[in-house]
Ligand binder design. Structure first.
Ligand code: FUL
Length: 695
């Protein structure tokens, strides 16, 4: 080699070393803190999937069966899991979790280990298997299958004894072996209490931290279904967490982290734990109706599209997944109203996020990891979840500016972290460049897998996303900017004790139109300006209308029963007691000075044909006085009382909705709601509202 060739040779070697060296320097950031497992990642990316609640409760109008309900009731003559799967698929959902066994113990599959199942029901002459039909339908529609198996079993004679755990595991084994891949298993937290228990009819308490021996059950589950995620609110930490409410929202701050041990109070469920040592992301479970099982009285209470959109933003938009429930009707189908709402909701989501305005623009970042293209700002707007914008390791504040090229209207901002490397961002802001000036349009805390922010529409040429604090250098896989259609909320309708009806909304400035004759309101109906008198039995329907956009809301509706004008609460001078009758769910009266059982006596002022009553508990689930067990008496003279109904308000703590109870008609003037027990185990009885049903 001559001198020149030699220097060229060494030059090339040096260059190769340099390139390699600098390339080697620009590695992706190291994972920070706990990271998701492959199963958790796959699950998180599903985002939206369904629950179906179907059991003997469907036939008894109950929320929780006692365990003694007759299996002969189960005869869904039109049962069609393909209908459920079709709706879920068309709505954009990715899977379905079926209540294979709810607390009553009735099994939707012909379990070998109990007689309390479809095999003794008239449906298909005992030859049916609803879990099989669900699995087949999911397969046909390309959906994943999940299983809800209630640990609490109010039918089984051994519940509370060690033998039951064997039974429970046998059932789990059947379900996790015979129906193909299962993406999620769901263990409800309701545990122990009164039940039929094979005829014992007693109360059985268990220690939820030890009774189920979850760690061994988990081993079995993971052996049978290695790709599964476990949801458990009953003891040991599973792969996913409940969010502490069934109303359909998780905290705005939502860390996908918890600690592996220790108590998990409400705030941890709801917000996660910033420095938690385990990855336990949030699943938001809620029903499309107030209750989980089908009740005909809720046919006009199906959530509206704006309500469901709100749920979407508060779940998927808050770094959670959305598990939306369909109560199956006694005939075995999803109600047409629920179907329509779900499909409209699916369309609304699609329309809202159809065009990502960031995608065709240019992005620039204040810092790019090692100045390397592979971690550049463009990677956050390339619609590829595997690439990301990352900064240098020492950076915890950084911004990324998107140039939209021309004034562009938008009202939504979406960000996603590359969670394989952990959840990092603590706070961020979004600014818009309007007429040459930066204007902050939104600010928020955590991001996680996905965060969506809403703000009034702006017409801007640039968007600046600034991470103002992060646990470690930010790693952002996707950013979206959208101009979503705005929906008007269905108005709320309330009536006070004097019979004055008020119509309200959270939206600013719409006109309300209403009807009192059951017809759908139009812009030709009565206009609501001030509260109006509509006493006695009446159905009020109302819409909100925005004259500027010509948009109208879905119909809000309320059915009111007899007038409460002359009602009196007997035996108290407490002024606060009127809260029970004021039509306002947020005002509450507590009786604190008595020992259980605590009576509430109401004088209706005149004889009425009563066939049911309604009780709305305190809407604050941590408040004392939420009644769980009751008796209901009626009287014509406040002397001779007749017991007409007794039982439990089953799921009242987690789902504090109106409790509606019916009984054979009685002509009476006085009613007595006797509280036998409450959720806090003390002597307080609290009431937000009490109402009657007359015929
Ligand atoms: C609750 C249960 O008690 C309800 O009945 C329902 O199944 C819901 C999904 O979970 O805790």
């Amino acid at each position: 080699m001559n001198t020149m060739n030699r220097s060229l040779f060494f030059g090339i070697i040096v260059l190769i070393c340099f390139v390699n060296f600098s390339y080697a320097q620009i590695k992706a950031p190291a994972p920070f803190g706990p990271v998701p497992s492959e199963n958790q990642l796959r699950w998180q990316e599903m985002e939206y999937y369904a629950f179906v609640h179907f059991s003997l409760n469907t036939y008894t109008d109950q929320s929780w069966g006692f365990g003694n309900e007759d299996v002969k009731l189960f005869n869904p003559e039109k049962a069609d899991c393909r209908q459920w799967a079709r709706i879920c698929k068309e709505a954009g959902m990715k899977g379905i979790i079926i209540t294979a066994k709810h607390h009553c113990g009735f099994c939707l599959w012909p379990s070998e280990y109990t007689e309390y199942s479809v095999k003794n029901a008239p449906w298909k002459n005992g030859q049916g298997d609803m879990v099989r039909e669900m699995a087949d339908a999911c397969k046909e529609y390309g959906l994943k299958l999940g299983i809800y198996l209630s640990p609490w079993d109010r039918n089984h004679p051994d519940y509370g004894k060690p033998e039951y755990i064997t039974y429970f595991r046998n059932q789990l084994t059947e379900l996790l072996t015979n129906y193909g891949p299962i993406f999620e298993v769901w263990f409800d937290g309701a545990n122990g209490g009164s039940g039929y228990y094979g005829g014992a009819n007693e109360t059985r308490t268990i220690d939820r931290t030890t009774y189920y021996d979850w760690s061994n059950t988990y081993k079995l589950i993971r052996k049978l279904q290695p790709n599964i995620v476990i949801w458990n609110d009953g003891g040991d930490r599973g792969d996913l967490r409940w969010v502490g409410t069934e109303e359909g929202y998780v905290g705005e701050t939502n860390w996908s982290l918890l600690n592996a041990t220790g108590d998990v109070p409400w705030n941890m469920l709801h917000y996660g734990v910033e420095n938690g040592d385990s990855w336990v992301p949030a699943e938001v479970n809620t029903s499309i109706r107030p209750e989980w099982f089908y009740h005909p009285s809720e046919d006009d209470k199906v959530k509206t599209v704006p309500h469901l959109m709100e749920t979407y933003y508060n779940s998927i938009g808050h770094n959670g997944t959305l598990l939306l429930n369909f109560p199956i009707m006694p005939n075995g189908l999803i109600h047409p109203t629920d179907e329509n709402r779900t499909l409209e909701f699916g369309k609304a989501v699609e329309e809202s996020f159809a065009v990502n305005l960031a995608e065709k623009s240019k992005a620039e970042a204040s810092n790019v990891r090692g100045n390397a293209k592979q971690f550049g700002a463009a990677k956050a707007i390339d619609d590829n979840k595997e690439t990301f914008w990352a900064t240098d390791d020492n950076i915890t504040k950084a911004s990324l500016t998107i140039n939209l090229g021309k004034p562009t209207m938008f009202n939504r901002f979406m960000a996603q972290e590359y969670i394989r490397l952990g959840q990092r961002v603590k706070t961020f802001t979004v600014e818009a460049l309007v007429d040459g000036n930066w204007k902050e349009v939104a600010k928020a805390t955590t991001i996680g897998y996905k965060r969506i922010l809403r703000f009034p529409s702006v017409n801007a040429t640039k968007v600046r996303f600034t991470i103002t604090d992060s646990k470690s250098c930010p790693v952002i896989s996707n950013i979206g900017v959208y101009n979503a259609p705005v929906f008007l909320n269905a108005p709320s309708i309330a009536r006070n004790q004097s019979g004055d009806v008020t119509i309200t909304t959270n939206d600013i400035g719409p006109i309300f139109y209403y009807t009192l004759d059951g017809n759908e309101p139009t812009t030709k109906s009565n206009i609501f300006t001030t509260p109006f008198l509509a006493d006695g039995k009446v159905e009020v329907k109302a819409i909100a209308y925005d004259p500027a956009s010509g948009k109208r809301s879905p119909v809000g509706q309320e059915k009111f029963d007899i007038s409460k004008k002359n009602w009196k609460i007997v035996g108290t001078n407490n002024e606060k007691s009127v809260a029970i009758l004021d039509g306002n769910p947020s005002s509450v009266w507590h009786q604190r000075d008595k020992k259980m059982p605590v009576d509430l006596v109401i004088d209706l002022g005149s004889l009425q044909n009563l066939c049911g009553f309604k009780y709305l508990p305190d809407q604050n689930k941590w408040s004392s006085g939420i009644i769980t067990n009751y008796q209901f008496y009626v009287s014509a003279d406040n002397i001779k009382w007749k017991l007409v109904d007794e039982g439990e308000f089953s799921n009242i703590k987690n789902n504090p909705v109106w409790q509606i109870k019916k009984f054979a008609p009685e002509k009476v003037r006085y009613l007595k709601l006797r509280a036998l027990k409450n959720t806090s185990g003390d002597d307080v009885a609290g009431y937000a509202e009490v109402d009657v049903i007359t015929n």
